[in-house]
Design a protein around this ligand. Sequence first.
Ligand code: 1GP
Length: 249
Amino acid sequence: MSTISSEFFNCAIESSKQLCVLIDPDKFDNDRAAFFLKALPVETAYILVGGSTVAPCKTEATVKTLKTFTKTPIVLFPGEYTQITEAADGILFLSLLSGRNPEYLIGQQIKSVSRLRNSKLEIIPTGYILIDGGKESAVQRVSNTLPLSQNNVQLIVDTALAGQFSGKKLIYLEAGSGAGYPVSEEIISAVKAAIDLPLMVGGGICDTTQLQKAYKAGADLVVIGTAFEKGNFAAQASRLSLESSESSR
Ligand code: 1GP
């Protein structure tokens, strides 16, 4: 049976590149879900749902609303274990490897076990690496950890490899939602060259040029949230479709 995790691996093996749209339930108007989904590019492979701080029950309400309008798989991207809901298809089981706060390395994971033990959610062990995106991110604030400097490429590569050696199935390079600038192409390509895992990249990617640069540098999956929230990306959707069909020729 095809799983989200195996699809991520296939995406990496085939270099097929997949777009993930991030929805933060705190900022999302469920009444506009149908309109929002209609505006997404056809290439949208996954919808991630979650945020650093989300009011209780909001994640489940948002996932259930989205499910009534789309068959695109919904993957939880939880800032904390209270956001876990059975209504989704899978969960990025995040360990914040860039930080040294045990609560986000293993504490939240232990707290989530009672919700996941008998769950049908597909659990995707994810090495989550916060990288400086030019301004303080919500992840940094909530986790009380510092991002890795974009200048220290070797440390970022070593952190990603430590994730692989620990059994993660995905590495996520995160510049933070609304970052001033995204993870550099140099970092993406250095990490991609070092690991044998699918690579997800997000934070501060605002237009199709930055998206294509991330793909070209080696990102297998790119996550975009803010630009869709603002409606900026919807306007570029047709261009995106055109570019990806041209690059696959
Ligand atoms: C945040 O990487 C994601 O966790 C998406 O970031 O909102 O800047 O697109 P943006």
